[in-house]
Write a protein that binds this ligand. Structure first.
Ligand code: CTP
Length: 420
């Protein structure tokens, strides 16, 4: 019962994936949650309101003017009242058209109006044909929603209802459930916020730029070089920084993580794109703090082959590698520089880490360098980190990444208040 006493609004818009939402509604209740389904007119053409009513045990709303399931005129203000009782709204499936309405703040349906009038987190699970998903207009709308703090869940790739194969499939019910558990479950931010009340406001209005995840350096259209960074530590730090009151920009390499509430996220692929995005953001937001958590590839192929390298025609031995820009060092060289924090994921033992961090901190010219044993930390939810600053080394006990992020930001806030 990981979602006991949680109440969700599940919005169903027009898409064949609506049949998967039936399963999700059932599973949410198995986890102890209650569910209010709201459908758009197009949603109701794929699965009937009656199906969702039977599954959720509650009448389904479709428009603002009639009571649920068409039993007469509406009472009160459902577009306001419904979200006041809920912990979050998930739109599944979210059609291209509904995404466009959300991005533009339109109010064509009860569901869209409710999203506009809400104070609670909004998560969307896009579902559409691959070309509709890739269309520049859809991608622009998705970027806008992301910047507004909406969590975009998926889509995944695979066979589509239209017979094509590609990106645009709605995530499976089990995956959507996991996202809701991550956001609202017993280990979610709300509980940890209660555990760490002291963080509130310690970085009020400071502009913080954070990099997270791996980078991907293409070799040819189908291959590339990357690493095993999951992005979880960087995302946890971004979440904690937002909670600390900072204005957070998160520049993420290719990762499969939902965007924490209240931050601006910019997605990049390569180290050069990350470098460019970081420099632009530092300038644009007058960043006071830069935290480089990304595992940036040190090298990239000098050129990306236009066509796939065939086994018969060449060899990967022929690739010439050139060094990528050192983003952290470039930010630290700025005049004036933000407070720069680096991450070093190393192999070996904690003693090895203790021995090498001070020299690396000097080399990187940063006030604070965080070390961890990379192979153990990649992809895990817990980690053990070592802080290295001008006063020496502090080893924190193993803990969840969000908890470590809170400690780290408390430390950074102290550095910020120290005369430099
Ligand atoms: N970093 C960066 N740009 C790079 C490489 C690394 O900004 N091109 C940042 C990382 O985000 C991290 C820090 O530098 O905060 C340390 O990364 P690490 O790979 O340990 O540094 P390197 O200088 O590459 O050291 P090593 O030779 O040990 O790999």
């Amino acid at each position: 019962m990981r979602l006991l006493h949680r109440h969700f609004i599940i919005g169903v818009t027009g898409g064949i994936a609506a049949y998967k939402t039936c399963e999700l509604v059932r599973r949410l209740q198995d986890e102890g949650a209650t569910v209010q389904v709201i459908m758009t007119e197009a949603g109701g053409r794929f699965v009937s309101a009656l199906t969702f009513q039977a599954l959720s045990g509650r009448p389904v709303y479709t428009d603002a003017w009639t009571s649920p399931s068409g039993s007469g005129p509406a009472n009160g203000m459902p577009h306001i009242d419904l979200s006041r009782e809920a912990d979050g709204i998930l739109i599944a499936p979210a059609s291209a058209d509904f995404i466009a309405q959300l991005a533009n703040g339109q109010t064509e349906s009860l569901l869209a109006t409710l999203c506009l009038a809400r104070e609670i987190p909004l998560l969307i699970a896009p579902a559409m044909n691959r070309q509709m998903w890739q269309n520049a207009a859809t991608q622009r709308n998705i970027d806008t929603l992301r910047s507004d703090g909406t969590a975009i869940l998926g889509p995944s790739s695979g066979d589509q209802a239209c017979g094509e194969i590609g990106d645009g499939r709605m995530l499976e019910p089990a995956e959507l459930l996991q996202h809701l558990v991550d956001h609202f479950g017993p280990d979610s931010g709300a509980r940890e916020a209660a555990q760490f009340p002291n963080i509130r406001g310690i970085l009020q209005d400071a502009s913080v730029v954070i990099t997270a995840g791996p980078t991907f350096e293409p070799i040819d259209p189908v291959r590339g070089i990357t690493n095993r960074s999951s992005g979880k530590m960087g995302f946890a730090i971004a979440q904690a920084a937002a909670r600390a009151g900072a204005r957070v920009t998160l520049i993420a390499g290719p990762v499969h993580l939902a965007t924490p509430e209240g931050i601006v996220r910019i997605d990049v692929q390569t180290a050069e794109q990350m470098h460019q995005a970081v420099m632009d953001c530092i300038e644009r937001t007058a960043a006071e703090i830069f935290i480089g958590v990304a595992a940036v590839a040190d090298w990239r192929p000098e050129t990306t082959q236009a066509g796939k390298i065939k086994k018969s025609s060449g060899s990967l031995h022929d690739i010439r590698w050139v060094e990528n820009p050192d983003i952290l060092a470039a930010v630290a060289r700025r005049q004036p520089a933000p407070i720069c924090v680096g991450f070093a994921a190393e192999s070996g033992s904690l003693d090895d880490l203790r021995a090498l961090l001070p020299a690396k901190r000097e080399r990187k010219q940063v006030p604070l360098l965080i070390g961890n044993i990379g192979a153990e930390a990649f992809g895990e939810d817990t980690n053990q980190i070592m802080l290295c600053d001008a006063n020496g080394i502090t080893l924190l006990p193993p803990a969840r990444k969000l908890e470590l992020a809170h400690h780290l930001l408390t430390h950074i806030a102290t550095l910020r208040n120290r005369p430099r």
